[in-house]
Design a binder for this molecule. Structure first.
Ligand code: ADP
Ligand code: MG
Length: 545
């Protein structure tokens, strides 16, 4: 205070929270977010029904999907949502776990703050613990042969087990393994499995058992004209990114027609131009045309007459996949189209799936593209199946790339927690307390799995700790009978990158939030919720730390 006058530095309407108030609010927000998803964790987790502003319903138990769909206002909560998105991008699974871990880390940090331990000490302890945890995880990881289909299937099934698609996990796991196996490439001696090369097409109607893997590309498009052939063998495919239409003028133009003859010749001229366009396609030798743009009715007629199977308004991503799989080039001007640009496929066919007609391009010589035609009773079922399948594809790809797996069901987490407690002693000082808190945090995984399966979490945790003390490294929660079993034998397996990423990302988020001691929100910005410490606008808050 200068001469008793408060110094106003912030604009009116700005809200500010400092010191413990800011921390407490941020921590509470993160804990609340974790609380929102915790009941969905694991094979016995429940689903959530999300209703958006338009009344659209999503039914899911996928952590990142839940968080993407709920409108989170608090800035700290938004950061936790970002964590789950990062984990999803990096490893494709483990999103719920990462959010639960972030929440628990912060909850335990709050206890340390209450003991007057400075946030930077906690942050340092957490950072050390996370590094050590990943080190222990990597040391305990099991190498596997990436050609071992049974192992890969087990990994896919573990991921699918905790989704509502679990009833069909056998079939979906089998599909995921086959699909990923056919797109694996070796680059500089390293295995790369880019699941973007697996095209997933959803079609409601039918049931999950009708889901099939297609060695090729499926376009969610029918041929444009009934008169075209329904199927083409040994197809030569033109990929065109240009409209077969007469361009409308940019400005309004008026054509004065004074006699019916003039009208006739005007239309004739248009027709001649369109016919010439089709001639160009034909001249290239193509018998299939996949066009990213529109095709005029008259052009459609001539294409049909020439026996060219044509699809219009294809998606750009599908065009690129076709180019890759069939070895063609996407041409953006019709005048450039020549024989060398054409791709090839053994078979192009229109098939009716449910109520829709789709185009199947199979037998692509350059392959490395497969499609999964996902079927299910209703839109909600197919959507959730797709999310489950995405996770399964990601974990199979991750396992092939890493060549290493970790044991799920709380086994790896408990083992790390045990080793971390030993490590804590060597850290010493106040950081030691933070490392111990980190160890205790990891046990939230088996605890929540037990709780969601309806068992006593404390009871199971004690059994689990004892098993690991006795050297049973792979002991985890038996979610069916409530005991502790060897989850390596039970084949509850995850690619190394999933637990590694969840540990890293949740620690980073917790550390970042802990280091914040001031939240300044502009008018209308994502202001912290009212609660502790209402501050006079623009005034300096009462002392922080
Ligand atoms: P996330 O979004 O974090 O992947 P999930 O709801 O998919 O959350 O649950 C994953 C957790 O369930 C992991 O800890 C995994 O090891 C565990 N899990 C999966 N299958 C089993 C099983 N059969 N027994 C025990 N735990 C399992
Ligand atoms: Mg999962």
């Amino acid at each position: 205070m200068l001469g008793g006058q408060p110094v106003i530095i912030l604009k009116e309407g700005t809200r500010r929270e400092s010191g413990r108030d800011a921390q407490t609010n941020n921590i509470n927000a993160a804990i609340a977010i974790a609380g929102a998803v915790r009941s969905t964790l694991g094979p016995r987790g429940m689903d959530k029904m999300l209703v958006d502003g338009m009344g659209d319903v999503t039914i899911t138990n996928d952590g990142v999907t839940i968080l993407k769909n709920i409108d989170v206002e608090h800035p700290a909560a938004k950061m936790v949502v970002e964590v789950s998105k990062t984990v999803d991008q990096q490893s494709g699974d483990g999103t719920t776990t990462s959010v639960i871990l972030s929440g628990e880390l912060l909850k335990r940090a709050k206890e340390l703050l209450d003991q007057n331990i400075h946030p930077t000490i906690i942050a340092k302890g957490y950072t050390l613990a996370a590094e050590k945890a990943v080190e222990i995880l990597e040391k305990n990881a099991i190498s596997i042969d990436s050609k071992d289909k049974e192992m890969l299937k087990a990994v896919a099934q573990t991921s699918l087990a905790s989704k509502s698609s679990s009833a069909h996990k056998e079939k979906l796991a089998e599909l995921a393994v086959s699909a990923v196996n056919s797109i694996v490439e070796e680059v500089d001696g390293k295995k790369i499995a880019d699941i973007d090369n697996v095209l997933v097409i959803k079609k409601q109607g039918g049931s999950v058992v009708d889901t099939e893997l297609i060695d090729g590309v499926i376009l969610d498009k029918e041929r444009v004209h009934e008169g075209m052939p329904r199927a083409v063998e040994k197809a030569k495919i033109a990929l065109l990114d240009a409209a077969l239409e007469i361009k409308k003028t940019e400005v309004d133009a008026k054509i004065n027609i004074t006699s019916p003859d003039q009208m006739q010749s005007f239309l004739q001229q248009e027709e001649t131009m369109l016919k010439a366009m089709v001639e160009k396609v034909k001249a290239s030798g193509a018998d299939v045309l996949i066009d990213q743009k529109g095709i005029d009715d008259i052009a459609q007629h001539y294409l049909a007459k020439s026996g060219i199977y044509t699809v219009r308004r294809a998606k750009k991503s599908d065009m690129e996949k076709l180019a890759k799989a069939c070895g063609g080039r996407i041409v953006s001007s019709l005048d450039d189209l020549v024989g060398e640009d054409l791709g090839t496929a053994a078979h192009v066919e229109e098939r009716k799936i449910g109520d829709d007609k789709l185009t199947f391009v199979t037998g692509c010589p350059k392959a490395k593209a497969v499609s999964i035609l996902l079927r299910g009773g209703t839109e909600h079922v197919v959507d959730e199946l797709e999310r489950g399948l995405h996770d399964a594809l990601s974990v199979v790809a991750g396992t092939i790339e890493d060549g290493k797996i970790s044991i799920g069901g709380g086994a790896a987490a408990t083992e790390i927690a045990m080793s971390l407690r030993d490590y804590a002693a060597s850290v010493g000082g106040r950081e030691q307390l933070a490392v111990e808190s980190f160890a205790n945090t990891l046990e939230i995984v088996p605890k929540t799995l037990a709780e969601n399966a309806g068992f006593d979490q404390i009871d199971l945790l004690l059994k689990l700790r004892k098993a690991h003390k006795d050297g049973q490294k792979y002991a985890g929660i038996d979610i069916t009978n409530g005991g502790v079993i060897d989850l390596y034998k039970a084949k509850v397996l995850e690619p190394l990158r999933v637990p590694a990423q969840t540990i890293r990302s949740s620690a980073e988020a917790a550390v970042m939030l802990l280091r914040i001691d001031d939240v300044i929100a502009g008018k209308g910005g994502g202001a912290p919720p009212a609660g502790a410490g209402g501050m006079p606008p623009g005034g300096m808050p009462p002392g922080g730390y």
